[in-house]
Design a binder for this molecule. Structure first.
Ligand SMILES: [Zn+2]
Ligand SMILES: [Zn+2]
Length: 264
């Protein structure tokens, strides 16, 4: 399986995953033009995609949905997410832009297959209608993805624990956020149970998730305002050290640059 993070952060998220028979995007949080450009950088195109999985309705995950819908690429999402992003309080014009025949309904807790990839969505705690993280396997290796979550529940640990590649949110450094210039209600939202994971919370999870076959950890959805890659990596490295795996590669996904294609 190959995995490439096309963009990560509050200005837009998209992860490309491919196996021998399937090519997917997880989230489409950049404009259609930007997504196409970043796919081209790794030698891929929209038209080759077998599906786009939408984890939740926040703008940084669905910005590029219209051009994808126009191309009739199958969209995998759950009913609450669909209702939230097409409801009156959101962007009701999306309803007409998303053809129902292109939608494949998914349900948190129920695995679905896209060709040879088995995708298992699991509930995460975040202020969206019915957000999920994902475990994906081609039967040989597993990728675990959890960004946009306020805390790491027992369920999240359970679903991520066998991942060979772990992509985990490290949104903010708690001190930077608390001392930063965001208004208090926004700070409260980010720090809360339905917000985003701190470097410290990510590090604690990583310590629990390290196992003999894990190959790499990528920290994701870093705040450009309340975090720095070196701080996130340092926290994760300390956790790996405590788990006896200091040599394992750990990096931070970027907002403005396509990541390296990981071959698992
Ligand atoms: Zn997000
Ligand atoms: Zn979100």
């Amino acid at each position: 399986m190959n995995v490439c993070i096309l963009a990560s952060g509050s200005a837009g998220n998209a992860i490309y995953v491919e196996s021998r028979r399937a090519r997917l995007l997880i989230d489409a949080g950049l404009s259609g033009t930007d997504l196409a450009r970043r796919l081209a950088q790794i030698g891929r195109t929209f038209d080759e995609l077998d599906g786009v999985i939408i984890t939740h309705e926040h703008t940084d995950h669905i910005k590029g949905l219209r051009p994808i819908a126009r191309r009739r690429i199958p969209l995998y999402l759950n009913r609450s997410t669909y209702a939230a992003m097409t409801g009156p309080q959101w962007e009701s014009s999306l309803r007409s832009a998303l053809p129902l025949e292109a939608i494949r309904w998914v349900e948190n807790g129920h695995s679905f297959a896209i060709h040879d990839l088995v995708c298992s969505p699991f509930t995460v705690s975040h202020d969206a209608a019915d957000p999920f993280g994902l475990a994906i396997t081609d039967g040989r290796v597993r990728v675990g993805i959890a960004t946009d979550l306020g805390f790491v529940s027992g369920l999240v640990l359970e679903r991520l624990k066998h991942a060979h590649l772990l992509i985990l949110e490290a949104n903010h450094d708690e001190a930077m956020l608390k001392n930063g210039r965001y208004p208090w209600p926004v700070k409260q939202r980010i720090l809360g149970q339905y917000g985003h994971l701190s470097n410290g919370a990510a590090a604690t999870a990583i310590e629990h998730l390290v196992h003999a076959d894990i190959q790499e950890v990528i920290l994701a959805h870093l705040s450009q305002e309340n975090n720095r890659p070196d701080l996130a990596i340092e926290a994760a490295s300390e956790a790996l050290d405590r788990a006896g795996r200091l040599q394992m590669p750990v990096s931070a996904a970027e907002q403005h640059r396509v990541g390296v294609m990981r071959e698992l």
